[in-house]
Design a protein around this ligand. Structure first.
Ligand SMILES: Nc1ncnc2c1ncn2[C@@H]1O[C@H](COP(=O)(O)OP(=O)(O)OP(=O)(O)O)[C@@H](O)[C@H]1O
Length: 208
């Protein structure tokens, strides 16, 4: 469950960006749309607690992010919020499995290699467990990013242009897997996109 109220953010020297209120149920997929510069990425960063709003609040799974200390927010994010970006960012020096172990550790969870293997199998990456991220294709990297985003069974998944670097086949596969994995843990899925291939499929949307 995600709820925002009267959110605004001002970059130093910039104008104040204001955002419509969001109310997104567990298990629902919601698109954030808007022209370049309208504040989509800024809003995702506010939802992830990576920036603090100059006004308003973000409530994820009943917790108001602004009330958490920095350390508590880092742990809350690791446990409750999964993120997928346009291109995947992994720790380059360790394999896919160890990247997922790191994601569990950073959230303060015990290592669960069985869950990692099962998840990678479901995402068609069972054979890539021991591969370095750079050895994966772009589509495989996006699937591994989904695995990392969902590994800790988050309440909220945030995706910033997750399909725009992909061809049609990979885009529809990645969207399907994102929705399937979000549904499997009953997460709210928020997708920022310009991608017309997605806007035709998902009904719930907010324009910035
Ligand atoms: N680090 C920053 N410092 C100052 N201003 C910024 C910064 N990042 C973004 N902005 C400004 O805030 C506004 C919103 O930017 P944001 O990146 O959130 O938009 P966006 O909708 O995600 O754009 P795009 O679709 O092009 O990625 C823009 O006017 C931008 O110039």
């Amino acid at each position: 469950m995600l709820e925002t109220t009267d959110l605004a953010y001002r970059y130093p020297g910039g104008e104040s960006l204001t955002f419509p209120n969001l109310r997104c149920a567990p298990g629902a997929t919601h698109l954030l749309l808007g022209k370049s510069g309208s504040g989509k990425t800024t809003l995702l960063q506010l939802l992830a607690g990576l920036r603090s709003p100059s006004h308003g609040k973000v409530v994820v799974n009943g917790t108001e992010l602004g009330k958490l200390s920095t350390a508590a927010l880092d742990q809350f994010r690791g446990q409750n919020i999964g993120m997928v970006f346009q291109t995947a960012h992994f720790v380059r020096s360790v394999n896919v499995e160890e990247n997922l172990v790191l994601a569990q550790r950073l959230a303060g969870k015990t290592t669960d290699r069985r869950r990692i293997r099962e998840l990678l199998d479901v995402l068609g990456l069972g054979e890539k467990l021991r591969s370095l991220p750079a050895r994966l294709s772009v589509g495989q990297q996006q699937r591994a990013a989904i695995a990392r985003a969902v590994i800790n069974q988050p309440a909220l998944m945030l995706a910033d242009e997750p399909t725009s670097a992909l061809d049609d086949d990979n885009a529809s596969q990645v969207l399907g897997l994102l929705q399937q994995q979000a549904a499997a843990v009953n997460a709210t899925l928020i997708i920022v996109t310009h991608d017309n291939r997605l806007t035709g499929i998902i009904d719930q949307r907010t324009h910035l």
